[in-house]
Design a protein. Structure first.
Length: 367
């Protein structure tokens, strides 16, 4: 198995070595990413069976079929086929094993970190977070679409913060095909950013804007709740739940209670005593560390700019609450929430740099 994917590993190591050689990244970062490039070898068929996340086979089979020009109907969902076409276009040598797509995703994550470091001045704690965040390392080393989703989300956020708004919107459009709900939440970010930006039309008329949104949605609130409840039920059944045990969301009161509970539940689940495997136990421990790190980042940011810290806190709460309205099983929360954790950490740090020329650093990175 190793020999099949050695060319893919070598491609990543060459990208890292060239980036170091031309001065884009320092030695410690190139060494760290070089070691982490081996991660796909130690997940599927080692740490767990590929059947633990069975949708990997869907992306593997479709992507391999596209690479082999076997373009008959794949009988997979539209998002799976769209993501597989995007993965197939990544210039990596081989896709022979389920680990192969893990290397495809690891290449994307590696290039993203190099770009953020060299072009967007990502340093200190946010950089260390991007490199060593366990969930990012895990899902960017598997045969899944999550790394694609994260890349499009981060690029959209970065360019929108730079006021390159049309480019940000264009880059977010692939999310329509591969993960529609994340596209909607990126649009929520665009609107939230404009709402807090003093040079925007929305900010000047922000009270009228809020009244307009409430007035526009009010007549359809029960229909919205019904649609969310159906989506929530479907995801509950997909995650192995029984229809007879599902608790419906039928009233505005139910909607408000679920929304308020969703964000903290989504952020903290699974809890250590809910772990049913070694991997979920590690994820529960990670949740504690991430909660502490987010608190640290918000405190550090608020000391420099309270409005930036408040805006990103509101966005994180809103994104997790909206996702939680649909996702009934919080045991799957780690996979759904990690892109939002990443864009909040990176986006908040980058906006602080753009606005004040200041970085959220640790002592070693100052040196």
């Amino acid at each position: 198995m190793f020999f099949y994917d050695f060319p893919n590993l070598l491609a990543i190591l060459i990208v890292i070595a060239v980036s170091f050689r031309i001065g884009l990244i320092p030695l410690w970062l190139s060494f760290s990413m070089g070691l982490l490039a081996f991660t796909p070898f130690f997940l599927n068929n080692v740490l767990f069976s590929p059947s633990y996340m069975p949708d990997q086979w869907q992306y593997f089979n479709v992507t391999q079929g596209i690479r082999s020009f076997a373009l008959e109907s794949f009988n997979e969902s539209a998002p799976v086929e769209a993501a597989s076409w995007m993965l197939a276009l990544i210039p990596m040598p081989y896709i022979e094993t389920i680990q192969s797509l893990g290397f495809f995703n690891r290449l994307m994550a590696t290039i993203l970190i190099i770009w953020l470091y060299s072009s967007k001045n990502l340093r200190g704690w946010p950089l260390l977070f991007m490199v060593f965040y366990p969930s990012l390392l895990l899902y960017s080393s598997l045969a899944l679409r999550d790394t694609l989703v994260l890349v499009f989300m981060i690029l959209s956020v970065i360019f929108f913060l730079e006021n390159r708004r049309l480019l940000a919107l264009l880059i977010s459009l692939p999310l329509l095909l591969i993960k529609f709900q994340n596209f909607l939440l990126i649009i929520v970010f665009f609107i939230a950013h404009l709402y807090f930006s003093k040079d925007s039309v929305i900010y000047r008329y922000r009270y009228i804007f809020v009244i307009f949104i409430i007035a526009s949605l009010a007549p359809f609130i029960m229909s919205i709740i019904e649609i969310l409840d159906i989506s929530r039920l479907n995801m509950f059944i997909d995650d192995g739940g029984r229809r007879s045990t599902y608790v419906h969301m039928r009233t505005i009161e139910d909607f408000i209670i679920v929304a308020l509970k969703s964000a903290p539940y989504f952020l903290m689940k699974p809890l250590p005593w809910e772990a049913d495997s070694f991997l979920t136990f590690l994820q529960s421990f990670e949740n504690i560390l991430i909660l502490a790190f987010l608190g640290f980042m918000f405190i550090k940011t608020s000391r420099l700019d309270k409005q930036i810290a408040f805006k990103w806190l509101v966005y994180l709460f809103a994104a997790l609450a909206i996702y939680g309205l649909v996702v009934y099983n919080f045991g799957t929360a780690v996979r759904y929430k990690f892109p939002f954790i990443v864009i909040v950490i990176v986006g908040m740090a980058y906006e602080l740099y753009l606005k004040h020329g200041k970085l959220i650093l640790n002592k070693s990175s100052r040196a």
